[in-house]
Every structure is written in structure tokens, then in C-alpha cells.
Design a binder for this molecule. Sequence first.
Ligand SMILES: [Zn+2]
Length: 88
Amino acid sequence: MICSRCGRENIFARGPRTSGPVLAPPPLPPDICLVCGLKDPALRDKLRPWLDELKGWGDRRIREHIQHLRALAVRPLEAIDRFIDSLR
Ligand SMILES: [Zn+2]
């Protein structure tokens, strides 16, 4: 699934899963990626409970995804940086 706003791959979109624990996808439209969701004030409010849940997520793949997400963000976004810091 490609994000309809930024045109990048939406890594959290629903789709075939590999083995291992499954993290619920963020409460976003499937064509909106997490970065764009965090940029949208209305969507960001919906994401808060999901972000709280993600803080406790220990799956290494998810952490790698988050690092990848951060690399994709061209401009530093305070919300994303705060979110990333909370995972450390
Ligand atoms: Zn996007």
C-alpha cells in the first residue's frame, strides 16, 4: 500500500503478515501512512492511544520500522521525534 499523500510505502498498512507477533495497524485510513497521519492534527488525536500501545511494543522489527520511518521524514517533526524518543 502506497500512501496517497506522500507516495511512500505505508509500512503499517494491513496486508499479508510474516510470522511473529502482530501489532495492530494504526487507526488511520489505509492509504495514509503514519508520518502523514502525525502531520495531520485531526489524525494525530486518533493516533494517541495507538502510540501509547506502541510504546510498550518490544518487537525488533517494529523498532526497525520506526527507525526507517524517521529516515523517511525529510524534515524533523517534533511529534515524530518525541514519539521516537519515547521508544528508547
Ligand atoms: Zn504518507
